[in-house]
Ligand binder design. Sequence first.
Ligand code: GTR
Length: 356
Amino acid sequence: MYLKEELERRGVPALLKFEDGREVTADNWEERRLELVDILSREEYGYMPDEKFKVSAAEAAKPARDCAGKAVTERLTLTVSGSKGDFSFPLLICTPAKKPGSKCPLVLLINFRPDFPDKYLPAEEIIDRGVGVAMIYYNDIALDKNEWESGIAGIYPRPEYSWSKITMWAWAASRCMDYFETRNDIDFERIGVAGHSRLGKTALWCGANDTRFKYVFANNSGCSGDAITRCKRGETVEIIYRAFPFWFVPKYNEYAGREQDMPFDQHFVVAASAPRVVVCGAAEEDIWADPESQYLSCCAASQAWELLGEKGLIGVDRYPEPGDIFTKGKLGFFMRPHAHYFSRYDWNRYLDRLLI
Ligand code: GTR
């Protein structure tokens, strides 16, 4: 394990031990993985409604040729039906124009804006790599505010349902996956979920809950995302909960200033997608997210892949430097120069991993 002494100094909880003290082995990894998801649901992000949803899609506009004719963009309305009623939201899918019968890899971006393309979504560059991209706009699912009437929050409200906005956004990504499964032009072995910052946290949480996403791309997700919380620089539990209590369940706030008492740390959410592919992207100047703590959590999470005989993090036993790209294993990390942003550089690192 890289940076072992630093992980020990910070007192990061053991990944490969059950809550009841049993050792985790390759054979019982799935049981532990589900326990990780349960711990994180209970302590931090909340639970998704426990029921099966039905999903249907309708055209919101005629499919249009895009990117100089290299792509087709579809604007759909997805309707999710559950025990409490129907809920609809827009879903955009842009795929390479291709021969009938061929399938493309696809990345679903949970985005900050409904615009397409968008500064965080360089569609033409993605299409030119032979990859399709889908997008949902997070405020269409539930507003990024401390209110519980909008969108899905109004239909499955708190406290009847113990969830949070991060969990609602992640839940919506899974409903998109339900729809992708009905299509015959997508390569199901290569569907990824991506997000930046608060939506990078969401992408990690989505991957943990939904094993159908074989790739998880968490960009600059930092505090309550990929960064180890204990002794982290920049944002802390206290700060993030004060500003964004609705991203979490109230229990998370009990750890404000008491991070050492958490029965988990953020390497749990990274490892909860093992042995699928996870790539965590950090940015040199993003001290608020804390690249060192982001790397540390990959160092700790990597044990899950190794336990399963997979290549986890292929990194270095030191803190990362700008320009470091460690994406050869199934758990990847890279540190881009400059600031907090979802840049083309980041996209290309994720696509490089998707296309290996
Ligand atoms: C910040 C928040 C970060 C990060 C960021 C973002 O204000 O403190 O954790 O999520 O927002 O999502 O842009």
